[in-house]
Design a binder for this molecule. Structure first.
Ligand code: ZN
Length: 76
């Protein structure tokens, strides 16, 4: 199965978390991630508790969605 080139990356954070950190999968997929330094793959930031999601870019410009999990906008 081919992975779509523009598949959106998603970082999921907990319902009460305000900070996230992850890796850019796109950068990891590049031929030699070691050559750019592992710290460059790192993506981190803040998401206010009031926000359910956001958008972040890795240092090389890949877009990554941030989604807050474990919180329902409409409880049953
Ligand atoms: Zn990247």
């Amino acid at each position: 199965m081919a992975i779509p080139a523009e598949r959106t990356q998603v970082i999921r954070i907990g319902a009460s978390a305000t900070r996230y950190e992850s890796w850019c999968e796109r950068c990891l997929d590049q031929a030699e991630p070691q050559s750019i330094g592992v710290q460059w793959l790192r993506v981190e930031g803040d998401l206010p508790l009031a926000a359910d999601g956001g958008l972040v870019s890795c240092r090389r410009g890949h877009r990554i969605a941030v989604r807050r999990s474990g919180r329902l906008t409409s409880a049953a």
